[in-house]
Design a protein around this ligand. Structure first.
Ligand SMILES: [Fe+2]
Ligand SMILES: [Fe+2]
Length: 306
């Protein structure tokens, strides 16, 4: 029995990757495979050799527009194509779901780096690029948000939670604010950075100061006021019951209200036991947090998932 289990564990599984982004001057640090018509994996390109335009031209000539990587190589792949994310997202040959899977992998890798310690400008710039690429995709493609939503699971850990809030805040800002690219980018950054004040304090169960701490970090990095305000005020509640200042109604900045509701939604969706689906999470949110959120924004959240 154990021999069977072992062989099953060691059989690699594969993911399709688009060709854009693979061609770079330096060697591809992982092997690339082809899948034959009868589902056999064939090594196409060994690790540690550069892939050039000629390879890609030959593949295109044979009607091949994707290669495969072992799933264990996905982190290395996401790192490699981070700088070419736009090219991948614009490659319409690849189904939208696949492109969004790549987006999510790159974005999670960037979010983990960003929040590993208090962010600096270099890591922030990488995050900005990913959020710009995301807002481009959401504006270009009507099905973009639905595809993004499907790759978001229950959040585990600060980076995954923050990324989920970034993506949801972008989608909700588009509905509520009728957002242009610039506003969506701010919403994405506000979501991604809303809990940055928790960095270095992850062991604290209750840490209301993460709001003001986060706002100080973000102001120091020169982020725009709505992003700073979202970190400071995402735990404020419509009825004045929130923190740190007990603001109510229209005194809570709009982006903070957007981040606040998707943050609470993600908390319900990710922590409810037994597990619940999106629509049950929305129903629990409406019942358990009655009066806590701006009704217009709450209605927008329901529309976002419809
Ligand atoms: Fe928070
Ligand atoms: Fe949060």
């Amino acid at each position: 029995m154990s021999a069977t289990a072992t062989s099953r564990e060691t059989t690699p599984t594969f993911s399709a990757v688009p060709l854009p982004g693979l061609v770079q001057k330096d060697a591809v640090p992982f092997p690339l495979y082809l899948r034959t018509a009868d589902d056999v994996w064939v090594l196409y390109h060994g690790a540690a050799a550069a892939l050039d335009e000629n390879h890609v031209g030959r593949l295109h000539a044979e009607g091949i527009d994707q290669l495969f990587i072992r799933d264990c190589d996905r982190p290395a792949y996401f790192q490699r194509i981070e700088g070419d994310l736009d090219a991948v997202l614009l490659d319409r040959v690849m189904p939208l779901e696949r492109r969004v899977d790549v987006l999510h992998g790159v974005a999670l890798h960037v979010a983990e780096d960003l929040l590993a310690s208090v962010p600096d400008r270099a890591r922030l710039q990488r995050a900005q690029k990913v959020m710009m690429a995301t807002s481009g995709l959401l504006l270009r493609d009507n099905q973009g948000f639905a595809a993004v939503r499907r790759v978001l699971g229950a959040s585990q850990g600060l980076a995954q939670h923050s990324l989920t809030i970034g993506f949801l805040a972008m989608g909700l800002s588009r509905i509520v604010l009728g957002a242009d690219g610039g506003t969506m980018l701010q919403a994405g950054l506000a979501g991604l950075l809303h809990d940055v004040g928790k960095v270095g304090h992850e062991d604290l169960d209750h840490d209301p100061e993460h709001t003001t701490r986060g706002a100080v970090y973000l102001k120091g990095l020169g982020l725009p006021a709505p992003v700073v305000d979202a970190a400071r005020s995402h735990h404020e509640r419509h009825d004045g019951s929130g923190y740190p200042r007990g603001l109510a109604n229209g005194d809570i900045p709009e982006l903070a209200r957007i981040v606040g509701i998707v943050d609470t939604f993600d908390k319900v969706y990710s922590t409810q036991r037994p597990k619940v689906g999106v629509f049950d999470a929305l129903r629990i949110l409406a019942q358990a947090y009655r009066g806590c959120f701006d009704e217009r924004i709450a209605a927008g959240l329901v529309r976002l998932f419809r």
